[in-house]
Design a protein around this ligand. Sequence first.
Ligand code: UT7
Length: 334
Amino acid sequence: MNLEKTNQIKAAITAVGGYVPDAILSNEDLEKMVDTNDAWITSRTGIKERRILKDKDKATSFLAIEAAHDLISKYNIDPKSIDMVIMATITPDIHVAATAAYVASTIGADNAFAYDLTAACSGFLYGMSTSAAYIGSGRYKKVLLVGADKMSSIVDYTDRETCVIFGDGAGAVLFEPSINKFGWEDEYLRSNGNERMSLRIKAGGSLHPTSKETLENNWHNLFQEGKTVFKYAVSEMAYAAEKIKERNNLKGEEISYLVPHQANKRIIDATANRIGLREDQVLMNIAFYGNTTAATIPLLLNDNESKFKKGDKLVFAAFGGGFTWGAAYLTWAY
Ligand code: UT7
């Protein structure tokens, strides 16, 4: 479906915020923890360091609340005016109770309803689609979308193939009805559940409830078949971005920025090459944060906000566990 053919209200991003914890886990630090080295990590992933939330009593909600506060204070938003809070995360504070509800209450969004959305590294991309649809239907006027993950809480720091990739962080954006012609333009979203075991936490759910066996087998940590994920990510992220480019008649030089999920610099480069972009058109902060899962895209927006001009054409692309993936096109509204 091409969104330009529908008659919905256009949803625009009108504010952004972000937060990463202070503590840095560098490649050199990891060399002391597993059999790896800075040269391998840098050349295979593009990552130099990541941020880690060290406080044992702080969870993903802490990251999300900080990011939301950053947005609210920068743009002077009254939290009571927020209609809903959607939180993309795979590391909720606790099971059953949505972390988004706690975040909404803590920031004073007393008139909002809130829920979590789970689509791993595509969570924020899917969340943007959901937010844009709620605004587009006319039902709500202010949707706060937060992407936050405390990946350090599920990473096995003895698994060198996985632990070098992930970091902690959070980002937030506000969606409102567009007051100019700019905003959410198009999306191409897909999933393939047949590959769910390629990137997973095996236990703790209804398939393998927590037991002595699941604990002994280390099934509560994140595990990925790196090569399989890489292969799918390269082809599907690039295909989705190309599809978005083609059906919106975008020429390479017309795209202001590619805003890609930050999983591996080689995946990002492959996507950018496929749609014919120069290096300066590709936003990247993977070197400093690694893969923060649902937070990569809003952190990119927050870090680069000062560069954006009204009408800039942004193409988003993501790939993650599920598998879930897709691309989207948004024109910057301010
Ligand atoms: O957002 C979605 C989440 N995940 C992803 O997108 C991850 C996608 N996958 C990847 O990014 C890459 O597959 C990895 C970074 C995980 C691995 O890179 P790779 O180029 O696919 O490496 P590989 O698995 O082909 O391994 C190459 C070699 C192996 O050694 P041998 O068998 O050739 O002797 C690995 O054992 O590199 C070795 N290796 C390492 N060496 C040093 C694997 N991890 C490491 C490490 N340090 N951390």
